[in-house]
Design a protein around this ligand. Structure first.
Ligand code: SAH
Length: 244
């Protein structure tokens, strides 16, 4: 007969450590959410962004997950931040302004040129049905793809390459959002808009651009609104030696 043995005591400290770590995560998430709410009030609403769905998306997307570790503490500050490879994630207000200008609706399909960190794509993904996004720098494209997957954004389709010619296989789009500064409006991007669709694009010569919202009417004509001066990293072309 087997001898009864006293139940073996499992050490409790690993369980406690996991619970403490989980509690710390929850507390930290709450801190990030507070910073986001402040960002929306002080930087975005205060400057006139009104679309309630856009404000909600900006309050939801964890911007700190889209910046390099060493920039995290500044993720909700009122400015652009470096994301490596000489590129930047735009100032939160500019992301909100461009998103509102794209007039996102739940049934929409939107193209973005310049995935960068994937943040603008994630904001759009909260608001529309499908997002298609193209990034020229392969390392950034790979990182953004991985990040968007990890964060559960299943409606974002990523591609590596020069976005100048758009994404013909997925066109037409309800909106196209370009997040790098171009010296002219690429024809293919306007062509890939549906009638009634809008192309949001910073256009200008070196350094400073005007943020334009160009609407396509039923006959294919253009109506352009200037949303003001902005500073974006340049729209580059594949083969100019800077795409790696
Ligand atoms: N939307 C990004 C910020 C983009 S910064 C975010 O939310 O983080 C602009 C990006 O455009 C850079 O990553 C740059 O590499 C990319 N880019 C520049 N020219 C491009 C082109 N022709 N096609 C696609 N991406 C381009």
């Amino acid at each position: 007969m087997l001898r009864n043995s006293a139940p073996r005591r499992l050490p409790l400290w690993p369980v406690a450590a996991v619970l403490v770590a989980a509690a710390a995560c929850v507390a930290q998430d709450a801190d990030w959410a507070k910073l986001r709410a402040r960002m929306v009030d002080e930087q975005i609403k205060a400057r006139g962004i009104k679309d309630e769905r856009v404000l909600q998306a900006m309050a939801k997307v964890p911007r700190h997950e889209f910046v390099p570790e060493k920039e995290r503490a500044d993720a909700y500050r009122d400015g652009a931040l470096p994301i490596g490879h000489g590129q930047t994630i735009s100032q939160p207000y500019i992301v909100a302004l461009m998103t509102e200008a794209a007039r996102p609706k739940p049934e929409h399909r939107v193209l973005e040129i310049g995935t960068g960190s994937g943040y603008q794509a994630a904001v759009l993904a909260e608001l529309v049905k499908e997002v298609y996004t193209i990034e020229l720098v392969p390392a950034l494209a790979d990182e953004a793809k991985e990040r968007l997957k990890r964060l559960g954004y299943k409606n974002v389709h990523t591609k590596t390459g020069d976005g100048y010619k758009g994404w013909p296989d997925a066109a037409p789009f309800d909106a196209v959002v370009v997040t790098c500064g171009a010296d002219h409006v690429p024809d293919p991007l306007f062509e890939q808009l549906k009638p009634g669709g809008v192309l949001v694009i910073p256009v200008g010569k070196s350094g400073e651009q005007s943020l334009l919202a160009i609407t396509k009417d039923a006959k294919g004509g253009k109506t352009t609104r200037d949303l003001g001066p902005v500073r974006f990293v340049p729209f580059r072309r594949a083969g100019d030696g800077k795409g790696k």
